[in-house]
Design a protein around this ligand. Sequence first.
Ligand code: MRU
Length: 351
Amino acid sequence: MVFDSKIRPITWENGMSKMLDQTIIPYEYKYVNITTGQDMFDAIKNMIVRGAPAIGIAGAQGVVLYAQEGRGIYNNIDEYKKWLLEKADYMSTSRPTAVNLMWACNEQKEVIKNSTSDVEGLIRELTDKAIEIEKDDIERCIKIGEYGAEVVPQGATILTHCNAGALATGGYGTALGVVRSAYAKDNTIQVFADETRPRQQGARLTTFELAMDGIPVTLITDGMCSYFMSKGMIDMVVVGADRIAANGDTANKIGTYTVAIAAKYHNVPFYIAAPLSTIDTSIKTGKEIPIEERSHEEVTHINGKRICAEGINIINPGFDVTPHELIAGIITEKGILRPDYHKSIAEAFKS
Ligand code: MRU
């Protein structure tokens, strides 16, 4: 039995993208229609849709939106394809860290390059690919959940950081997919959710979707995790990922690295849950992962109100990199990869 979440953060309907506006949850639960490529670029950048797999789906849909806009503008299919390939590259720059976005835009570029159809045929092929990426993502997450549930101890308290749930994917979740699958087998497990400053994905989104599914969740602030680990109250950590290097170093939401260090110190197993599309085998180590720098207002303001003095310095990296030595396993749709990650990652791509 799969304990499903009914949340579908992004779908394709009637030639447009329909997405849940994640900037206003939990105050409002509202879908918005995205009808142009530029609007999709902005929706990804402004985090109306967020989470690595979900922005991959969004990027693929964004290429379809551009394809529709380009109808009738070009005299021949080669000019149209050249323009569309440029738009796919542009779409992939809307956020720099999550590799799923580049991966999905590249999938669409392959469709464009390999297509022998006319404009309308190509639009249909790109639409089919975007829908396939969305559906595949849910299936991948369910598999991740099933593999991950095997390492969740009976009655465990699981700590997570940020939101790697239904809202961040096609609709089941990676880290929260593990929680959902484990909960379906053992309803005595519970979750501790880090608040996740500055955008509060843990407080606003993780607690929202777990509460919706009736899974017990306790909200803590980011600095509290080592306190609860020292009390023996956390049995394992599961988080998502935005990009995993060939050696297993993993970029995820800022603050994840701190949790991983605390987990190592307290002998709490620290797991990453992510589809293979999050692994970037073209880069050797986490040092090569580009880290997004976001607006200073995310740090200086809460709900539009300034919380600090004027005239101070601000730095706001959106992600950090957890070294592979701190990671007990990477839970993928092909099973749990263990150290040596060089070998286990390479093997996962072969099979
Ligand atoms: O900035 P966000 O909210 O897009 O960051 C999201 C995360 O860091 C998630 O943990 C990651 O993308 C995995 S989502 C399954």
